[in-house]
Write a protein that binds this ligand. Sequence first.
Ligand code: NAI
Length: 336
Amino acid sequence: MDIAVFSTQPYDRRFLDEALRHHHGDGGAVALRYHEARLTLETAALARRCGAVCVFVNDALDAAVLEALAAQGVRAVLLRCAGYNQLDVEAARRLGLFVARVPSYSPEAVAEFTLALVLTLNRHTHRAYARVREGNFALDGLLGSNLHGKTVGLVGVGQIGLAAARIFRGFGCRVLGADPAPLPEFAALGELVPLPRLLAESDIVSLHCPLFPETRHLIDAAALERMRPGAMLVNTSRGALVDTAALVSALKTRHLGALAIDVYEQEAELFFQDRSSDIIPDDVFQRLLTFPNVLVTGHQGFFTIEAMREIADATFRNLACHLAGAPCAHRVPGTC
Ligand code: NAI
């Protein structure tokens, strides 16, 4: 079977090729057709004569794209990510498509990256790095505060939230969690509280819940208002969980003390590409980059060797289920 693999960079190809050799040997029955392009209605034709597509976070999987794929004979959609907010679940079911994801490839990868962002912002290492390279060893402006003793609020205590809770506990933080269906292990690490209380009591708020219609702009102007003055917000989950324009306003009034985002609501047009020679037309995004207390990274929370290996391996395990017609534990809920 041929598989059209969208949104691929050299690092994706490296790990997928390794996993292909491991699962199917050289010259096996499965061939990967790599495309750098994102999957959209315009690029769906690249999946012609392919039995499956393999896609990532910013590929379009709305009804029109799924219909175009199905009309060409595609029977399976293999997601290389955990979130499936980009998928029209109802359309996938109607078209009888097999859709599987990689639900938990390495919670530690994202949790550890969350800590990297928090520590960078808290101790200003991003600014110190630039200063020292220019021969500026002044400390003014680099004053931080201890993480020890601070209250950290985790919105979502599933796999990643739990891994983050363990790390923050190691730093001596008090951990709060808000989650309608928390993992039971959280009880030993922190206190479960309603979201308004978490926002009111936390020095650091970190988002680890999925993007659903109900969680879109979960952090809006009203939620920001509830946060402690000077608190830090971290989003390594999905961009649309926060209202970015409201973040800019809260940063300008200095109510929001610091912000780190690894994801951005309009990231599809920006991230995973070298845009360094382009004029970026997104004024909200560009405004964010002007604040000294804002750290933006381009959706790299997942990007470790261990996570990339597991994503590739799990993708082929999901494919094996599809080829064998066997039940798949990683099938996206609501699809057939
Ligand atoms: P998970 O499914 O194990 O945990 C998500 C938790 O969020 C669940 O316990 C769920 O009950 C909870 N939740 C649902 N609605 C909520 C709400 N309204 N308020 C609070 N909690 C709510 O998922 P996992 O593996 O922990 O991943 C979380 C998210 O992280 C993913 O959905 C994905 O969007 C994001 N992610 C980001 C990556 C990156 O590279 N930056 C990589 C991997 C995942």
